[in-house]
Design a binder for this molecule. Structure first.
Ligand code: NI
Length: 231
């Protein structure tokens, strides 16, 4: 399932992030690439351990924790701190796969926690009118999907997919990317839970949360989460 999460960030937050990113020290994206990515990755990024990347990452993680559609679609167990990328004219990230396991270093903990990447996420930080190209292309069983969203919108997609960023031909495309481990590993189960939850929410607004059918469906949703979630 490829799920857009709309308006994760508002215009004030976006303007603040963009002005900080414009003054940031970007480094060659190949500095953190593995052997396979090294051949296809042509972009720049903020060093993951820079204070700015950590501050902006925290801001994004806080916005995620307040966004009900994100929580419902991802059912996150652990989220990697976001990384920041920028593509300017001629830059691209060719077809690749993401690593299955990442290591999450939590403050105050000596050992890193392993995180299985179930979902990949890209948060678009630039208005699509400000650059050409730079589409996120995700291979799926229905063919390649091309994604270019409004600034502040996020796309969630299976980390198991092959994907690429097409070359930017004008302007500059900044984004934050991250991975997460979901409490529900199976993507078809996660998709059914998302559909059910969205329907319960909309029926609840129409009929009232105390309506007996809304209550029963809501109970069904939570009981399925109990069946399928691993924490
Ligand atoms: Ni990737």
């Amino acid at each position: 399932m490829i799920t857009p999460i709309r308006s994760l960030l508002g215009s004030t937050q976006l303007a603040q992030i963009r002005s900080l990113l414009d003054r940031a020290d970007w480094v060659d994206g190949r500095s953190s690439a593995g052997a396979q990515a090294l051949e296809v990755k042509r972009n720049r990024q903020l060093p993951a351990d820079s204070t700015l990347a950590q501050q902006l990452g925290d801001l994004i993680l806080a916005a995620l924790s307040r966004h009900p559609t994100f929580i419902s679609a991802a059912l996150p167990l652990r989220i990697m701190p976001p990384l920041f990328n920028r593509y300017e004219a001629g830059e691209t990230y060719g077809l690749h796969v993401d690593n299955a396991i990442r290591f999450l270093q939590s403050p105050g903990q000596a050992a890193a926690t392993a995180l299985r990447t179930d979902l990949s996420a890209t948060l678009f930080l630039d208005d699509p009118d400000n650059y050409d190209g730079g589409e996120l292309q995700i291979e799926s069983s229905f063919g390649a999907q091309s994604i270019k969203l409004a600034a502040g919108d996020l796309i969630l997609y299976p980390a198991s997919s092959q994907h690429r960023v097409t070359p930017v031909t004008r302007g500059s495309r900044s984004c934050a990317v991250f991975w997460l481990q979901s409490m529900v590993r199976d993507s078809s189960q996660r998709e059914m839970l998302f559909d059910l939850d969205q329907s319960v929410q909309s029926l609840g607004s129409e009929l009232g949360q105390a309506h007996e059918d809304v209550m029963r469906l809501s109970g069904l949703y939570h009981n399925l989460v109990r069946q399928w979630a691993q924490t």
